[in-house]
Design a protein around this ligand. Sequence first.
Ligand code: ATP
Ligand code: LTN
Length: 334
Amino acid sequence: MIGDRKVLFSGMQATGNLTLGNYLGALKNWVNIADEYLTFFSVVDLHSITVRQDPAQLRKQARALLTLYIAAGLDPEKNCIYYQSHVSGHAELAWILNCFTYMGELNRMTQFKDKAAKHADNINAGLFTYPVLMAADILLYQADVVPVGKDQLQHLEITRDIAQRFNAIYGDVFTVPVPYVGKAGAKIMSLQDPAKKMSKSDENPNASIYLMDDPDTILRKFKRAVTDSEGQILYREEQPGIKNLIDIYCACAEKTPQETEKEFEGRGYGEFKAAVGEAVVSVLRPLQEEFARLSGEKAYLDGIIKQNGEKAEYYALKTLRKVQRKVGFPERIR
Ligand code: ATP
Ligand code: LTN
């Protein structure tokens, strides 16, 4: 809480091209619930460098991501949209929280295990302590609610543990946050392997729909999506490919799985896949148009970046100073 307002924090890494999974699992929910909260939406570029990045590319992607937050419908006058690296409190609090987090806890994180396996040549300490930086992001703003996709729930759990541990020693310093997972689209799966989540780092471009894909590409990828030979459009675990397509359709067309089953009863996969493709195209088209328009507004975006960076810093410092005092760092003499 800040004053009498509940706080919402979330972020995304500026790595690679965003997928439909990122949009339906995270960004779309942010837009839906933002009005109820004092919000902070960060482009978490500090997290991005846990995996090796090309500097020019990272800068470009971070700017594109920030632009996309706005294009998706987050008004930057009302929502604090900013770069994590512009607020040094994230790294400072992360250091302190590192000293309240156990190796054993971090060892259990499945994202670490997955990423370590994927980047066996660069298993750096930042990759290992990634969840602590994420905890710092959230706790720095006294966030009550953190909208994320299902894959991030374990990180939310460790954030809560760290906050509670710290509070138990020093009194009520941090708000203990709860995750918010949207109803539809919480876990969009790969179009080529419905057992795997759709991921921006997937090597097979046909596995993911990218937010900037053109309509033909989107329709083609859905046409090629891996399904089964059951031939019925039913929402059940035995048909993971079709279930995933129903999830996507429901999230884009604002329908329930039951309504979708009924709508496509007796119709073939080809027809259904085309309908899913069309639903996705209609959701992405306005987003792409707004993104293109905003990208040309350089001065406007620069103003937002400066203004919101300062706003974030203001709130971040409040918590940081309190934490520094609590752990026993000397008072600052001005
Ligand atoms: P990477 O593939 O590089 O690990 P990612 O695609 O998982 O990245 P993140 O930046 O780690 O993307 O995640 C941003 C947000 O999108 C998080 O809230 C995450 O839960 C959500 N998200 C990512 N992939 C999916 C998905 N397939 N379905 C639903 N939500 C997702
Ligand atoms: N780890 C998250 C990105 C992230 C985040 C956060 C999400 C970094 N800090 C704070 C919510 C709140 C991911 O999506 N991979």
